[in-house]
Design a protein around this ligand. Structure first.
Ligand SMILES: *Cc1c(COP(=O)(O)O)cnc(C)c1O
Length: 369
């Protein structure tokens, strides 16, 4: 059979996959399958059995995310990004070594630390910007955790080199691809073993649900993840899966718009007299700014915003701003004055004017134009 989706662009795949078979009278979208159990008997043949094991909305979403990441049959969705992270960490043998950067997502670090404190795993915190230090820390059977760009410092890592080092050392490599989405990076193609997503962010894109996903090209690893989900029950609701797939239909247009605006804002912020430093890796839709005047000034800027929403999270159509160190578990490597901006899809000029007026509340070094 000819694969109708061969050679299609990811933007097209995100729209066209995960739909019911094309026949007269079929719905265009997979209906929300709200059922905890499914009819079956000894004679009725294979089919879904129970809602912790099977759901049509998960399957549709998994097919789309898996295809975009390069493993159409290798995606497992979870009830949140952290449920996905926890399932991946559980792939490590008891007492195994996790090599994680100090710049990893703060709750991933917190979970890894809690698992270490209980003796579940050993932890090596390495500087991923120094691949030699990472290579030094690796051992056979270890798991290397990679996030690029990092959150919220937005440092970009040499992912192909790091996953290559992991492979050479007999270790498994995991990339948290939340910030990039498969439209900006496909770590499996770079040689990574496992990709993790908080689909709460760009993939679903509307700040209205939590959902996680894990993708792997290795059938045995996939089977273990599916089993973990069934045994531990960290499943997404069918409606959340339906909403996430609906969000993914517009991933390409949302992301392109946000990236274009982020690039423009990063450029203008660099020239702003009240800004000490702009962190922007040149792609993506998150920009971090360090404002003049420290924590108090940064808090004042966030409070003065009218259009940007003061809230944590990222990846939604709504632009969000947050001083990250307001969180007790944010590492001290993050400057007190750093505000993380998640650029949404509002008009760029409106977003800029609001930022500019808010920045004027800070004590600057030079006169405001
Ligand atoms: C938000 C986030 C997570 C956790 O996902 P939840 O859906 O909030 O549980 C993990 N990694 C990264 C990079 C994130 O931004």
């Amino acid at each position: 059979m000819i694969d109708p989706h061969a050679d299609l662009d990811p933007a097209t795949l995100a729209v066209s996959l995960g739909r019911p078979p094309r026949r007269a009278g079929a719905p265009l979208n997979v209906p929300v399958e709200l059922s905890s159990t499914f009819l079956g008997s000894a004679t009725s043949g294979p089919g879904p059995v129970y809602g912790r094991t099977d759901n049509a909305n998960w399957q549709a979403l998994e097919h789309v995310i898996g295809t975009l990441e390069g493993a159409p049959n290798g995606c497992t969705v979870f009830g949140s990004g952290m449920a996905a992270v926890a399932a991946v960490l559980d792939l490590l043998d008891h007492g195994g070594l996790l090599v994680v950067p100090a710049t990893a997502y703060n709750t991933t670090l917190e979970l890894a630390g809690a698992l270490r404190d209980r003796g579940r795993l050993r932890l090596a915190v390495a500087d991923p910007a120094d691949p030699a230090a990472v290579e030094q820390a690796l051992e056979p059977g270890a798991m290397l955790w990679i996030e690029s760009p990092s959150n919220p410092l937005l440092e970009v890592l040499d992912v192909p080199r790091l996953v290559g080092s992991a492979r050479a050392a007999g270790a498994v490599s995991v990339v948290d691809n939340t910030f990039n989405t498969p439209l900006l990076a496909t770590p499996l193609a770079d040689g990574a073993d496992v990709v993790v997503h908080s689909a709460t962010k760009y993939l679903s894109g509307h700040s209205d649900l939590l959902l996680g996903a894990v993708v792997t090209g290795d059938a045995e690893t996939h089977r273990r993840l599916v089993t973990t989900r069934r045994l531990t029950g960290g499943v997404p609701g069918p409606f959340e899966a339906w909403l996430a797939l609906r969000g993914m239909r517009t991933l390409d247009v949302r992301l392109r718009r946000s990236v274009d605006t982020a690039r423009l804002l990063a450029q203008r912020l660099t020239e702003h007299p009240r800004v000490d430093r702009v962190r922007y890796p040149g792609g993506g839709a998150v920009v971090s700014v360090e404002v003049a005047g420290g924590a108090a000034a940064a808090d004042a800027v966030v409070d003065a915003l009218r259009l940007w929403t003061p809230a944590t999270s990222l990846g939604g159509v709504e632009s969000l701003a947050e001083r990250r160190r307001r969180h007790g578990n944010e590492p001290a490597t993050v400057p007190e004055s750093l505000i993380r901006l998640s650029v949404g899809v509002e008009h760029a000029g409106d977003l800029w004017r609001d930022l500019d007026q808010a920045l004027r509340v800070t004590p600057g070094r030079g006169p405001i134009r």
